[in-house]
Design a protein around this ligand. Sequence first.
Ligand code: ZN
Length: 260
Amino acid sequence: MLEDLGAAGLCCTPSFALLLAERAEGRDIRLRYGCFGAEPWSEAMRELLEAVWGIDACDCYGLSEVMGPGVAAECREGKGALHVFDDHFLPEIVDPETGEATDGPGELVLTTLTKEALPLLRYRTGDVTQFVDDACPCGRTHRRIARFSGRVDDMLIVRGVNVFPSEIEEVVLEHPALGGQYAIVLDRRTALTNLEVRCELLERIEPEPVERDVRRLLEERLRVRTDVYALPPGTIPRQETGKARRVFERLDERDPLNSP
Ligand SMILES: [Zn+2]
């Protein structure tokens, strides 16, 4: 349909945009921009999407409880933070434990100012961000928030260390030998949870040096030991619909990626 309709823009989840890029190879599709949201994505994912599609890739944010997409969005000029449309939504950021306002990263709380029939007062979104106070080069004065680092309930606790899946994504996507697909497996078969990261090589090369390298980068970043598997291209199951599922739990001998 992108080809038939001569689409100029694409709005979907970043993981779906990556899947579409694989399928679009060799077709005459000339996008100019992309607006991606509904799951957290890293700067490395942006670079990848901008390169594979030849576009500006901007982040957009919304939640179905409020109205769906359109609560906040990045502009092309000021990528890295999202303008909240604060003429319609009043943003606050609170410490998720205490509910008190915080200057640092915390949970985004929204109050709808113009919504009728189903207004929301101080709705706790579960999404983690922080205010960005510098002026945006585009000149818009809507208050900005940082790109989301995850959900309050997405945060993984591995051996007592807080880990956001987005941190793992960044390391995987920045690695020149790896493609964009990855999966995180929390192996809970023993008392101490084991963190396993599976990623895909861009080409069929010797995986071991890449695995060693990614393991070192992840350990520096997360401060927790990880097992890394760099698999041949196309090995990790692709998800055709919905938000990409990246985190799996392993409780028994069955591999969670290949069992329903
Ligand atoms: Zn701007």
